[in-house]
Design a binder for this molecule. Sequence first.
Ligand code: ADP
Ligand code: MG
Ligand code: ZN
Length: 497
Amino acid sequence: MTATADRAASALERYEAVIGIEIHCQLRTVSKMFCSCSTQYDGAPPNTHTCPTCLGLPGALPVMNKAAVEHVIATGLAIEGQIPARTQWERKNYFYPDLPKGYQISQYAIPLAAHGRLPIETSAGPFVVDITRAHLEEDTAKLAHGEAPSANGYRTTLVDFNRSGAPLMEIVTEPCIRTAEQARRYAEELQLLLRAIGVSDADMERGQMRVEANVSLRPRGTEPFGTRVEVKNMNSFRAVERAIAYEVDRQAAALDAGEPLTMETRGWDDGRQATYHMRSKETSEDYRYFPEPDLPPLRVDQAWIDGIRARVPELPAARRARYAATGITPYDAAVIVADPGMTLAFEAISAAGPDLPAKEVANFVTGPHARLAKAAGLNGRGTAGASDPESIAAILAAIASGRVGRPIGRDLLDRHLADGTPAADLLATVASTISDEGALLAHIDAVIAANPRAAADFRAGKPVVGFFVGQVMRATGGAADASRVTELVRQRLGTEA
Ligand code: ADP
Ligand code: MG
Ligand code: ZN
């Protein structure tokens, strides 16, 4: 345990943490929220994906993106939330250089989804996170601050409008989270869910999923909330957990010392592993929300909701339960479902080999397959190399039935993964060794000759066939059909009796 984690643990004996999480995620759509500019601006030169609408030029009119609305409704359904029959767009007014209109089109009074929940698993057991709302809005432009002052002595800041107007979903939880681990697990589970339903790539490092944590403390056993601090700039799940643990520790030390806490926004510095003051937040800003006059209210009828519900695929929790029911451990099920590449492989191999023991498939997927995918830098983004599920299933079936021994089978899998050689070709090379009965009998006779006492035991009726089969399999490097070896061993020992 690190010193910070240690102190946080002792702080938690005296204080209870109250945590609420706000997550912004970029939605996976072809075009932006209110114009037809493409959202594929990643890596594009600055200001090449713009139009009068997303530049915020006066007089340009917004047209809403139906796919983005459907993504938020799908998310709302996946978190068991309520979808109102009528909602509206509202202007959130504030000044900032990344927002040239002077307002952001968002939702306020009536979000597209409300009162949802997301069950999670933690080291202390299951926990349910209550979700206040999920709403739709537009993203801002991106500012690039210059390092050195320019010739006139000013520091330059450049504005890139490629991101301006991209569809953004904000998901806000109740202040119901009590530990840093619950917060991390919630963010992880939400990422899985968003990816499973295909609404967001939700990559934290690429800013597609931005997590903010609101943290306050209260003495254990008391009700009223303490002063809260908002923490930003965490770009990994680990950073979310660390930043909250750090904040709990920092706030406990301040409270113990009798220092008042202030409402502030803090950033997470991953290098220093500490939060730092960004700006104070003494009064809550007044955004003067009002209904967007350029867009009609949004009506969501039951038929539309039902259509979207019908397209929501199996959710991660249901998938984990289904996998665990096939006989693999809940741990393996969680590992596989947490990784899209492993999930794809598990599904494809199971489909190609419906009679395969699930444990055999799971071991392959979390073992050799995962190692190869990691080495290839796939990071859960696809299946490994030139392999095909039918071949994998065929080799696994040969292992499971004992047709090839485990060491040989593993070797065949590696060879298949390396260059995609079809299983039939690989198994044929092994089959040629075993089908040579003369060679096999030589191995068997040698093993019998080397173990006279066991041979005598067999003749005395003791159950030692397995011992001989094991020895023969070892002698052939696993390249023998175990059931054929069993027959031959019985024959040889019998005729010699
Ligand atoms: P804002 O608009 O300033 O972000 P919200 O009321 O929308 O404020 O709350 C944002 C988040 O902060 C929510 O997730 C909420 O649950 C959480 N929150 C509210 N009060 C507290 C508190 N005292 N301590 C921790 N989190 C809180
Ligand atoms: Mg906030
Ligand atoms: Zn545009």
